[in-house]
Design a protein around this ligand. Structure first.
Ligand code: FES
Ligand code: FES
Length: 164
């Protein structure tokens, strides 16, 4: 049995230790935010946070997540109460097909945890592993900057989720 914390809830799983974390999240925990794109660590659609670090869940065996905190896009907020990263992507209308966006948000979340005021270069460099093929890159850049601003407002004492 392997335990992990998924979006704040403890789960005990009987799956094989080498099962990709992505399959566990989608098939056993019902967290469909992370998407299967390439399965090879080349697109980023499956990106989640593992103890706050962005990882490709398609390449992460369940065993590596044992005892750790896994955060998916569902952990950033809800439809009725979106977190700052989700709000920023909505306000900038940064999703076109949307398939890549959950992974984008998770990698951006990991960036802002470490760097609350990223430059354009910082954002481009951090987001490099995540691909968007539909061309909404400039909106994604704006959304990440907006999220950084929203998180600062939240940290200053108003509402919002600045973490994980
Ligand atoms: S599905 Fe994981 S990187 Fe593409
Ligand atoms: S929003 Fe999906 S590929 Fe760009």
């Amino acid at each position: 049995m392997i335990k992990l914390i998924g979006n704040g809830h403890e789960h005990t799983l009987g799956a094989e230790p080498d099962t990709p974390l992505l399959y566990i999240l989608r098939d056993q925990l019902g967290l469909n935010g992370p998407k299967f794109g390439c399965g090879l660590g080349q697109c980023g659609a499956c990106t989640v946070l593992l103890n706050g670090e962005a990882v490709f869940s398609c390449l992460t065996p369940l065993l590596l997540a044992a005892g750790k905190e896994v955060t998916t896009v569902e952990g950033l907020g809800t439809e009725g109460s979106p977190g700052p990263m989700q709000r920023a992507f909505i306000e900038e209308q940064a999703a076109q097909c949307g398939y890549c966006i959950a992974g984008m948000m998770m990698r951006a979340q990991a960036l802002l945890r470490k760097n609350s005021s990223p430059s354009d270069v910082d954002i481009r460099t951090a987001m490099e592993p995540n691909l968007c093929r539909c061309g909404t890159h400039m909106r994604i850049m704006r959304a990440i900057k907006r999220a950084a601003a929203l998180m600062k407002t939240a940290d200053a004492g108003t509402s919002g989720r600045a973490s994980p």
